[in-house]
Structures are given as C-alpha cells and as structure tokens.
Design a protein around this ligand. Structure first.
Ligand SMILES: *[C@@H]1O[C@H](CO)[C@@H](O)[C@H](O)[C@H]1NC(C)=O
Ligand SMILES: *[C@@H]1O[C@H](CO)[C@@H](O)[C@H](O)[C@H]1NC(C)=O
Ligand SMILES: *[C@@H]1O[C@H](CO)[C@@H](O)[C@H](O)[C@H]1NC(C)=O
Length: 474
C-alpha cells in the first residue's frame, strides 16, 4: 500500500486506519434510512449467511490461503517491470478463466522500471560494521567505487536545517521517530531532496515502521526535478538509533555506500480484470480490488497478495454459488501500485467515460488480518446503507464502520473525487512490521483470517451490486 508522494499531505488519513479509534456516535452519525430500504437490505440475510457459511465452513474454506500460498510460492516478489510480475499476471488470467468468470482480460499500462542491483553499506569509522540497507525505489546508483563520506545524523528535517552548514559533502542519516506511517513516510519521501538541497551526497533513512528485527524497509521515493539527485536507501531502526547515539557523543562516523540501482526505459504491464456480468444493470459496476505487483523483497504475500486474492476469490465464491447480482461485479488486480498508483491512474483515465456507472469501489491494501468491517468514504446516506449491509455479517464480527474523508490507496483516485468507496478494516496493528521488507512472506497470512476477509468482501460487494437502488454520491 501507499506509495510515497502521491498520498502524503493530501491523503493523510489513510495510514491512520489501524490506530484511529472509532469516533463516538453523535446525532450526526445516526441513520435515518427509509424503512423500505432497510427492509430490502435485511432481506439479504439468507444469501449473506449462505455466502459466509460457504466461504468459512463449506467447500471454500481455506481456499483463499491455499491459492495465495500457491501463487506467492510460485512467483515470489513481483516488482513493476519484472518478468516475474508479467508471468504472475499471465497465471492469474488463466486462473480467473478457470473459475468461469466473465470478460477476463488484461488492460495494458506503461509502467516505471526500476531495478535495485547490488547494494551495500559499511560503517568504516569509528569501527567496521556492515549496515543492512534497501535502496529506495527510484534511487540512482552511487559511482562504481561507491560513496565514502562522513555522516551527519539528524532526527528530523528541522534538525537538518539547524545544522545546514554541516550537510555539505556528507551522507545524511535520518533517524526520525515513527509516529504513524502517513506522517513518518515523509522522511522516506523527501530525505534525498532535502539533503541534496544542502549539499548532502547521499541519504540513509530509518525504515518507516514501528517495529524491527534489524530489517530495512524499502518504498518508493521521488526526486525533485530542480534538485540534484543523490542515492538514497533505508537502514534499520536499530542502526539508525545506534548511529544517532554515536553521533550525539561526538564521534566521527564514516560510511561507504555502494548502490547499482537504475531506472530502465518504461515497461509494459497490465491491470488484470474479471467480472460477473450483472443480470439487469450490467453497465453499472461494483468494483473490488487489490494490487498484484509488490516490492522486490519478500513475497508480497501481505502487500498486496492478500488484498488481490480476497478480491478475486470473492467473485469466485459468488460464481461457485451460482449467484448473479443485478449490477456487474468487477475485480481489478492493479499493476504498479508501488511506483505511485500507476496502473490505477491509467485505468481511471481510460475508463473516464464510464465513471458515472461506477456504483461503488472497494480496495483491500492495508492487510488481510482478522477483518473487522469497512472504512468508508462517501455521503452520509451512502454510509448508512453500508452500515446496514455490514449488519448482515454480524455472525463473523465484521460490522465495524468508520467514516474517513478518503480511503484506500489505488481507489483514492476515485474516492478523492467523491465516489463512494470502502477499504477493508482489519486487525492490522502489525502491518507495518512486515511492510516493504523481506518479512512480507506467506508466514504473515493466516487461513481463518483470509476466509473471513473473503466472506466479508463477497457479502458486501454482492449485496451492494444487487440492491434495487444504487449507492448515492456526494
Ligand atoms: C523521538 O522520540 C524520543 C523518545 O520518545 C524523544 O526523546 C525525542 O525527542 C523524539 N524526537 C523527535 C525529533 O521528535
Ligand atoms: C523548477 O524550476 C523551473 C524553472 O526555474 C520552475 O518553472 C519550476 O516550477 C520548478 N519546479 C519545481 C518543482 O520547483
Ligand atoms: C465473534 O465474536 C464472539 C464474541 O467475542 C466470539 O464468540 C465469536 O467466536 C466471534 N466469531 C467469529 C467468527 O470470529
């Protein structure tokens, strides 16, 4: 989830999802839907129960985990531009056809192609120590002989500016505290630009996570067109804190940084699409989604294999139950999310003329741990409808509802314009522990939680797609 600059500042709320408390109910929050609407939604109880039982106890039980494990073990990581990602997309197109879904196809997108190459960092003074690093997405390489320079270690951009006369010729280390992802990711994003403005020659940025077992966490970063580009990499929390302690004691620190990272010409990829065609209003669409691409470390099982798989397996479950809603249910598995919502931006652009027919958009890209409900953005009435739909999932405890100005990562391109949308609320307190690191492996995912996520996703998307009335817009 959450590529860097696209979201920072404008869409700050997203990262607060895991920690934000559900606001206390006020008169404002109370729903006053027409009785017939409520009655209609409640009439879906039998079909909702049928879906839930099928997915969590019936033939579908364990299927989301099994399919995801098979997929991530087969392909491993799937960074934009890699043959792995394209092979994974081909595989998925075939899977979706085998499920008997409608209109299965890929939609071509031009995407960035950044490759990491070999990389290393070594503390040379006051003593030798290897520092595990992960270059940040989009970074340039160091010269062939690497960059050997003294360190300036700061805790914040403010502190950098207090010491601005010291930055020239230094490798600037940022040891920012972790507060929320949305706030702390600014350092990953802007470190290289801010340091380069003051003459810094490279940056090492403390990984954006609240917990670490000596693991660097990568992520996209952007240069500023008017500022010299310098190599930039993440380091572990442990090393950032150690370097900061040493620096504060007045020790002279020297590091050799070596990176081969490069940006190749743009590559071709695809958004992967499958549908269950609506039986009455086939041109109206309820969309579920997650992204198939990942970082180039770990398996991308959590970010965002889980989200992509609960999305398409919701359609697969609905198909297996021989259900066909009034509107079309569409699963889109985005490409190149990590490089800045590239697949989604292309999709939104190409499908602009159909935007009026987009009834509701859903995305799971913040973990598929035990589900709790939906984080929603849209009008009050739309929210009330969704709250009522969620009550149909009371048997699996996923009736929580949280209103935000904006939700999701890829779907923010729509929800920021007022289209009603939702992302999966789940017990994702540990999400950023694994995020963009070698630890994003299948081990993080759990079969029961994935079944419950698929059940919630399938019930909510199916019911919304089948209601006699559409979800009203802002
Ligand atoms: C970071 O957190 C530590 C420990 O809570 C605190 O002492 C320090 O002032 C914080 N630094 C910044 C720049 O906020
Ligand atoms: C970069 O510099 C050009 C020319 O001075 C200016 O027009 C442009 O706005 C600058 N871009 C940024 C991102 O500051
Ligand atoms: C829902 O919550 C209740 C009460 O905590 C618990 O007994 C039940 O097992 C939960 N159901 C599921 C499906 O997790």
């Amino acid at each position: 989830m959450l590529p860097a600059r696209t979201l920072v500042g404008t869409l700050f709320l997203v990262a607060a999802v895991s920690s934000a408390a559900v606001p206390a109910a006020t008169a404002e929050d109370e729903c006053d839907l027409p009785e017939e609407m409520v009655r209609e939604i409640r009439s879906y109880a039998p079909v909702a129960d049928k879906i839930i039982r099928f997915v969590t106890e019936g033939k579908f039980k364990g299927r989301t985990w099994n399919k995801l494990a098979g997929f991530v073990d087969k392909f491993g990581s799937r960074i934009a531009g890699s043959q792995n990602l394209e092979n994974a997309i081909d595989f998925m197109l075939n899977e979706l056809r085998k499920e008997g879904l409608d209109n299965v196809h890929g939609e071509e997108v031009t995407i960035p192609h950044w490759v990491r190459g070999r990389e290393s960092a070594k503390l040379l003074e006051p003593r030798m120590q290897t520092l595990p690093i992960l270059g940040l997405g989009g970074s340039i390489a160091t010269p062939k002989e690497g960059i050997t320079a003294e360190l300036l270690v700061v805790d914040s951009f403010d502190e950098l500016h207090h010491h601005k006369e010291q930055a020239k010729g230094k490798i600037v280390v940022f040891n920012e505290n972790y507060t929320t992802y949305g706030e702390s990711v600014r350092y990953r994003d802007y470190a290289a630009v801010e340091a380069a403005k003051l003459g810094g020659v490279a940056t090492l940025v403390r990984s954006v996570t609240g917990f670490s077992i000596a693991s660097p966490h990568t992520g996209w970063q952007d240069y500023d067109t008017n500022v010299t580009q310098i190599p930039t990499a993440s380091i572990t929390i442990e090393d950032a804190q150690m370097l900061s302690r040493m620096f504060k004691r007045g020790e002279k620190l020297k590091v050799r940084l070596y990176m081969e990272a490069k940006t190749l010409p743009p590559a071709k990829s695809r958004n992967t699409v499958a549908e269950i065609k609506g039986k009455e209003k086939a041109d109206e669409v309820v969309l579920v989604s997650g992204h198939l691409d990942s970082w180039d470390v770990g398996q991308g099982a959590m970010d965002d294999g889980g989200g992509a798989f609960v999305s398409w397996l919701s359609l697969a479950a609905i198909r297996k139950l021989d259900l066909r809603p009034r509107r079309t249910l569409r699963a889109v598995l985005w490409t190149a999310e990590e490089e800045g919502l590239v697949g989604a931006a292309s999709y939104v652009e190409k499908h602009k003329s159909e935007e009026g027919k987009l009834n509701f958009v859903m995305e799971s890209d913040e973990g598929t741990f035990t589900p709790q409900g939906l984080v929603f953005s849209g009008s009050k009435t739309a929210g009330c409808i969704l709250k009522e739909v969620l009550k149909l999932t009371a048997s699996i405890n996923t009736t929580n509802f949280q209103l935000e100005k904006n939700v999701g990562s890829d779907i923010t391109l729509w929800t920021s314009k007022g289209l009603p949308g939702a992302s999966l609320m789940n017990a994702n307190e540990k999400y950023f522990w694994f995020h963009h690191s070698a630890g994003d492996m299948m081990t993080v995912e759990e079969p029961r939680a994935l079944d419950l996520c698929t059940a919630l996703w399938a019930v909510s998307s199916y019911v919304v797609a089948d209601l006699s009335f559409g979800i009203p817009r802002n």
